[in-house]
Design a protein around this ligand. Sequence first.
Ligand SMILES: [Zn+2]
Length: 58
Amino acid sequence: MSKCAICGKEQDPKYRPFCSKRCADVDLNRWLSGGYAIPAAEEDDPDDEVVIGPTSKD
Ligand SMILES: [Zn+2]
């Protein structure tokens, strides 16, 4: 017996290979968004900080 590709429940023949329209929509959205979610990897490099030397205060 086949199971829903999204949530693992039993497939509904109307929505194969999914169990419901909802899971079919989930799969569709995955396709539209490139198949997988790309984690936002924004790295702040601390070494890139400009080191300011001692300033002369007047
Ligand atoms: Zn499902």
